[in-house]
Design a protein. Structure first.
Length: 253
């Protein structure tokens, strides 16, 4: 998109670990049940970091997707952002479906094993990029276009400002694939940012500059504000498909 002002900063926060992530089902508009208890701790760890460091204290615009896992994460970090803001006021996040994860269509709520059984494919990010996830859903290519345009639009609407977006792994992926101009809709790479991680972009006036990707340092040694009874680290284990391509794994058995 042309016209994004030089110096505009865009920080994308991935939501904390969600119930749909742990239970391995397609978590769309109808079936998303928000964060797990572990995901709440992850979002609280991020809130602690943001209040301690003040690194996003200059943020003036706040957006989130409408899915419960993103909205819940935004509500957890909002007070920390407010306490470090010049106005000392808890920010209000604008909720928009344009920043939602890929729309699944009729597969919403299916377990991923049920999905494979019904449609005969796994449909990992980048696979069959022009094929809808299921009838009534988005293709991977269409989702990347929709999400990246939404990110650029909020940046365009806030020239020279710091914009905070709470969204999804796929939305972070869309920024990496479209802003970096990766070919074939990013099919040559496997991206998977940590829950409650930060990815930051800054605009030069003509192009995007990647400042950081998947910054989850606050999850590595967080012990909680009370320091009692919290895990030593809060990073969620990645799903199997991130570690090994299912086709390759089957060939090796």
């Amino acid at each position: 998109m042309d016209g994004i002002a030089q110096g505009t900063r865009l920080v994308i926060v991935r939501h904390g670990e969600a119930v749909c992530n742990v239970e391995e089902y397609v978590g769309g508009h109808e079936s998303c049940r928000g964060l797990t208890a572990h995901g709440v701790l992850q979002a609280e760890a991020l809130a602690d970091r943001l209040e301690r460091t003040g690194e996003l204290a200059g943020a003036t615009a706040f957006y989130t997707s409408i899915l419960p896992r993103a909205v819940q994460t935004a509500r957890i970090i909002a007070p920390a952002l407010g306490r470090r803001s010049p106005a000392r006021r808890v920010p209000s996040f604008v909720e928009t479906c344009s920043l939602c994860e890929r729309h699944p269509g009729e597969a919403d709520g299916l377990s991923w094993s049920q999905y494979v059984e019904r449609y005969g494919r796994r449909s990992l990010p980048g696979d069959e990029p022009e094929e809808p996830l299921s009838p009534g859903g988005e293709s991977w290519a269409g989702f990347l276009d929709r999400a990246s345009v939404a990110l650029e639009q909020v940046a365009y609407d806030h020239p020279g400002e710091l914009v905070v977006v709470v969204a999804h792994g796929g939305v972070v992926d869309s920024s990496m694939i479209r802003f970096l101009g990766l070919s074939d809709h990013g099919s040559a790479v496997r991206l998977h940012p940590h829950h409650a991680s930060l990815t930051e972009w800054q605009h030069t006036g003509s192009k995007w500059r990647l400042v950081c990707y998947n910054d989850a340092a606050h999850l590595l040694d967080w012990s909680g504000s009370s320091g009692a009874g919290a895990p030593a680290g809060l990073v969620s284990a990645p799903p199997e498909w991130v570690i090994a391509d299912p086709v390759v794994a089957n060939q090796q058995e």
